[in-house]
Design a protein around this ligand. Sequence first.
Ligand SMILES: *Cc1c(COP(=O)(O)O)cnc(C)c1O
Length: 362
Amino acid sequence: MPQEVLTQAAADMLDWPDAYGKRCGMGVMEMSHRGKEFLSIYTQAEADLRELLAVPANYRILFMQGGGLAENAIVPMNLSALKKDATGRGAADFVVTGSWSEKSFVEAEKFCQTRLAASGKADGFISIPDAASWQLNTDASYLHLCTNETINGVEFHSLPDLKALGSRAELVIDFSSHIASRPVDWSRVGLGFGGAQKNLGPAGLTLVVVREDLLGHALDICPSAFNYQTVAKNESMYNTPPTYAIYMAGLTFQWLKRQGGIAAMEAANATKAELLYRTIDASSLYFNKVHKDCRSRMNVPFFLRDESHNEAFLSGAKEAGLLQLKGHKSVGGMRASIYNAMPLAGVQALCAYLQEFERTHG
Ligand SMILES: *Cc1c(COP(=O)(O)O)cnc(C)c1O
């Protein structure tokens, strides 16, 4: 979270001021979600996000709950019946590039026919299979990608043009861990979803951006609260939305605008990531396995060549104020998550520590 956002939320926690600075006598958590105070927060947050991400007018922005993992079920329940395959069951294609897309692939099986169009598993998820090699099915309703694999550190630096690849499927992207770190080419996307907790705000809010004509195709079994059409018709207030998380994300959107918007964030993220990868690549103690053309700018996994130094590395880092560097248990090693809110100075401090640790342990 950006420090400025946390400071502002703390100052306004007990008594929220409106855009003119007038206090209303209650905190955001105490407001009715249908009252004019919260509606103004909601409307501003939606408008700011639409502006930041240049979301076209024919796409709806939905503020939901359940996180990225719930969307793994909610997406097939809403979109798999866009087309029917020969068996009468909807179908979807999946490109599996890491742990998160693999989870999506497995979950969707409960709701539709799933096909593996391509997988990077054989080489341990360190590259993205070339789009020209993807096995695309003509009857697929959608194709799922995770555009930033948080655990494996693999990122799509451009989105595939499915039409040019001969597919008529809609592109669905899980952008949980790099939303707002770079622009989105909406001309290639039918639906994007992401939990807010990596780059936008606290946990509890899930963002869905969906093209209007994809609404209204949900399976009968789809719970009403998870039916995109129902959520859209009710302006994300079919049930009570996660009001405080929306408020915090709204403060983050305003912070992003003050930073110069998404293009400025992208440039800052590229600088931060380049510095860290350069430091890792130049060292003889650390290494990163991911192919250079798909290295994540947000999540940088790396290993120590001599893993017996792992404990010393982590405890030294902690002493230096560098926290949460332990890699995901499924991958091991280390991982630096350098989301939007991580300043360049934080990455510089990490690089200085990497070099100092190498000098004493290399
Ligand atoms: C964190 C994450 C998720 C899971 O989000 P939850 O909110 O825990 O359900 C899904 N996809 C990606 C890419 C993630 O990084």
